[in-house]
Design a binder for this molecule. Structure first.
Ligand SMILES: [Zn+2]
Length: 486
């Protein structure tokens, strides 16, 4: 949608001039402009796309999200630039890449100088609120910018029992208090993040014998402190092989957490309708990153590698006037903020790296994006064979990826003991990324060109955000294995 039309739409919506039809009398459905006075951004922690029904999961994990997708826009391929929580949420809330906002480790803080989506909505007169339950999160991390007093953060360490239904209830109470006022609301559900421990009936939904051992229970048994970290590392990198039955049950629990979260999202959507705000709100549902469930011998974790199990996340947009369809073009989570800025005619941000996909909401074509990605290093790292036993202290040691719009992906690993290596996958033909094509002659020109791009990006690296972490917090994180390489 051209921004002038969006701006006009927002002015008319703000003036209460609903229903609003742009494009003149008698225009077709595709020309009907979406009309919204509220935006809800839902992020689910650790939710890989292909474990939702609408992304062809083998299990019925997500009837509510499937219904939302069927009535709205589902993006077939959406990627995060960095598959860890803090870093990816910083991208979603600002529309910037990690290289620009420099939030590149779990404990980094988004600098005040960066303008968040909430700040843009608030500046335009919208009420704003966030309800976020986050796993192992050190603090607000600068994500409270633009939310004022309505920033409700439940940190895992303090509130282990805060689950998806609690987040939904708190959010609906806030929506009710807003009456008819325009608002921007951010919800973050943490449930699919480890430990996978869904409540009944979701605990036994995908495994008829849920009381046996899982990956989490085996790691926890008798291991504390450093021992637990070593044990986690051995399991995580496949050094210690888990029995097939344990793997099966662990994945069933992960899917159970997804189904539980799906139910809470369904209750939120239902509640929004009951409060009379279902007809003027746009909902965007995505995830901060996925989860590796054993692909490439990387077990029940995320962050270290750039394969699709961790990079690919769902992206669903729904609301009145949104044309139901599946968009095949590749987009990134960094495109969400520019899209909402465009749809609501907010003050555009010159520093945003993403691009608006608002045109897709009314059925217009959009360009597939070329996207960049970088890894973090999950801790403990000692058992990761690709680190060669050397502490990965330098940001230059991170994996970097170029995800082309044609679904080929080049990964540069600068760290192995035997020198830098390149991997190339054609994800369209090989979704499991098992056939490395980097040495095939037919791809040689692209590999040379793209690796030069990755090298240039690495050379221009802006480094990390300042580390404001206090000694007490650092100790707590280290004890939980979250700062181990430093
Ligand atoms: Zn996360």
């Amino acid at each position: 949608m051209p921004s002038s039309r969006a701006r006009l739409a927002a002015v008319l919506v703000a003036a209460g001039a609903l229903p609003l039809l742009l494009g003149g009398a008698g225009c077709g459905r595709q020309e009907r402009a979406p009309r919204f006075s509220a935006a809800v951004l839902i992020t689910v922690d650790t939710l890989r796309a292909d474990h939702l029904g609408c992304y062809r999961s083998a299990r019925d994990t997500s009837p509510n999200l499937d219904r939302l997708a069927a009535g709205g826009l589902r993006f077939a391929r959406c990627l995060t630039p960095l598959p860890r929580t803090t870093q990816s949420l910083a991208c979603i809330l600002t529309g910037m890449t990690p290289a620009r906002h420099r939030v590149r480790s779990l404990h980094h803080v988004l600098a005040q100088e960066h303008v968040t989506l909430a700040e843009r909505f608030r500046a335009a007169g919208y009420a704003t609120a966030a309800f976020a339950s986050l796993p192992y999160f050190p603090g607000p991390q600068g994500f409270d910018q633009g939310f004022g007093d309505d920033f409700e953060l439940w940190l895992d360490a303090a509130e282990r029992d805060v689950r998806a239904d609690t987040v939904t209830a708190a959010a609906l109470a806030w929506v009710e208090a807003q009456g008819d006022a325009p608002f921007f609301l951010w919800l973050h559900f943490r449930d699919p993040h480890r430990p996978y421990a869904p409540p009944e009936p979701f605990r036994s939904r995908f495994d008829p014998q849920p009381d046996g051992p899982t990956s989490d229970s085996l790691i926890g048994a008798g291991a504390t402190g450093r021992d637990a970290r070593d044990r986690t590392g051995r399991v995580q990198y496949g050094v210690e092989k888990l029995p097939a039955r344990v793997i099966e049950r662990t994945i069933a629990f992960y899917d159970g957490e997804i189904a539980f979260t799906d139910q809470a999202i369904g209750a939120f959507v239902e509640g929004l309708r009951a409060l009379g705000r279902g007809d003027d709100a746009v909902l965007v549902v995505t995830a901060d990153h996925g989860e590796s469930l054993g692909e490439h011998d990387y077990w029940f974790s995320h962050g270290d590698f750039l394969y699709d199990d961790c990079l690919r996340v769902p992206l669903i947009a729904s609301g009145p006037g949104v044309l139901p369809q599946v968009v095949e073009e590749q987009v990134g989570v960094i495109d969400i903020a520019p899209t909402l800025v465009d749809l609501f005619a907010l003050e555009p941000g010159a520093e945003m790296d993403g691009a608006s996909f608002a045109a897709a909401l009314t059925g217009s074509a959009i360009q597939g994006r070329t996207l960049f990605a970088e890894s973090d290093r999950t801790l403990p790292w000692e058992h990761n064979p690709r680190f060669g036993g050397v502490a990965p202290r330098d940001p230059a040691h991170r994996l970097r990826g170029l995800c082309a719009s044609d679904r080929r992906k080049l990964i540069l690993d600068p760290f192995p003991a035997d020198g830098p290596c390149l991997e190339l996958y054609d994800v369209a033909r090989d979704p499991g990324e098992t056939a490395d094509l980097a040495r095939e002659a037919r791809h040689a020109a692209d590999v040379a060109r793209w690796s030069a791009v990755l090298a240039r990006i690495a050379a221009r690296d802006h480094g990390f955000a300042p580390d404001p972490i206090d000694p007490e917090m650092r100790k707590a994180l280290e004890e939980n294995g979250y700062l181990g390489g430093e």
